[in-house]
Ligand binder design. Structure first.
Ligand SMILES: Nc1ncnc2c1ncn2[C@@H]1O[C@H](COP(=O)(O)OP(=O)(O)OP(=O)(O)O)[C@@H](O)[C@H]1O
Ligand SMILES: [Mg+2]
Length: 255
């Protein structure tokens, strides 16, 4: 059964189409990697899933419902950088990850104590319990990004959205982040959407790799058309394409 359903979604900014005819069905627990040229609308797609934006046309449903407009407890998000608060300790960052998604924004009294306890559980899970009282600036890049993921996980989301989460990390740290993410996913059964510029990372971590591209291209006006999902690769099966979404024969590309 489809958990996340994207049904014929279009998104434009002003008169400029960014995404067109995007449709995909994702089962709960699937890991979806997203690749595509810079500027083709991958982050826009994540913002739509996050309900930070509403599509110009089409519909997105999560567990059969339209995703709530308010930042919900069901979706957590991690960006490439700058997603942790430098003036808060590691523990406070994780507590903030949960409290920011609440309508009134803060915890008080007993609730605060419980939130700190949950934060410590999250920190143990991401291996940062020994630096709970440190400030992010004192952590390595890999630890900071693990903290950002911990912050997103604090509210136990069913969907984790990752926008090039490891892009700023060195290759060794990146590999250990892959192990971390794979363990986390095994433990939580979360549904993950991850944008990456690294194809091998996409195939290694993903169950499926979605390629965003522009099937229609006007050489005189490269912004005339939006991007869509042109391939949906089964990455569990050695990366054999099992579905070609677009069969548009009017594709015109620059030589
Ligand atoms: N709020 C906005 N208003 C107007 N244009 C926007 C807005 N957000 C994004 N765009 C434009 O939409 C296009 C798609 O942007 P998006 O950030 O989704 O691309 P991307 O695939 O994530 O690129 P990258 O790989 O570089 O991160 C870009 O041309 C961008 O300039
Ligand atoms: Mg982007």
């Amino acid at each position: 059964m489809s958990f996340v359903t994207v049904d014929n979604v279009f998104q434009s900014y002003g008169t400029r189409p960014i995404l067109e005819r995007v449709s995909v069905e994702v089962k709960e627990g699937e890991f979806i990697s997203i690749v595509g040229a810079s500027g083709c609308g991958k982050s826009t797609f994540l913002r739509l899933l996050l309900a930070q934006e509403t599509p110009s046309r089409g519909e997105i449903r999560v567990a059969g419902q339209p995703p709530a407009r308010e930042p919900g407890l069901d979706r957590g998000v991690v960006f490439q950088k700058y997603s942790v608060f430098p003036h808060m300790t590691v523990r406070e960052n994780v507590v903030a990850g949960e409290s920011l998604r609440r309508p009134w924004g803060r915890f008080f009294g007993k609730e605060k104590v419980e939130a700190r306890k949950r934060a410590d559980e999250t920190l143990a899970r991401i291996g940062l319990d020994h630096v709970a009282d440190a400030y992010p600036a004192t952590l390595s890049g890999g630890m900071q990004q693990r903290l950002a993921i911990g912050q997103a996980l604090a509210a136990r989301p069913r969907i984790l959205l990752l926008d090039e989460p490891f892009g700023a990390l060195d290759p060794g740290t990146r590999l250990s982040m892959h192990d971390f993410l794979q363990d986390l996913r095994r433990d939580t059964g979360m549904t993950v959407f991850m944008v990456t510029h690294d194809l091998s990372e996409g195939f290694k971590l993903g169950d499926r790799v979605l390629v965003f591209d522009k099937p229609r291209w006007d050489p005189h006006d490269p912004n005339a058309y939006g991007a869509t999902i042109t391939y949906d690769f089964d990455a569990r099966n050695g990366g054999i394409p099992y579905q070609t979404i677009e069969e548009d024969t009017h594709v015109l590309r620059p030589a």
